[in-house]
Design a protein. Sequence first.
Length: 145
Amino acid sequence: MNFKVKTIILSLGIITAITEVNAQDTPDNGLIKNQAPVTNALNYINKLKPITYEFNRDKFSRANLPAGNQFGFGAEDLKNVLPGAVSTHNKWYSTGKNNLKAIETNIVDMQQLVPLLVGAIKDQHAEIQQLKARITQLEESSISK
């Protein structure tokens, strides 16, 4: 499956998913090194602050920004948690004949969130299993009394 996700952050510091996503492929042909399991993934996820917002389409009417309520993360918050997942680019748009203007945006590599989400789910599952075992243990000890 080949998807691509492009995300932009306006200079206002807002991130939103716009279009496509590429499935992450980790080759085993020696291209990567220092591979290690993700630990404490839930700690990373807990530091993210999801937000809702709308683009300022009045101020940037020619920038072709999506309408309506959007979901994303505050740019600075995400940079603090996953700095390698955010890169700065310019989004160019026409302001008239032969006149272009740029909005500084940040592109987010959403693929970097996926391993953390999977790790966080696994962390929570392990904790749930421990809690279930503890509940069972407590129930058995109260029955035997």
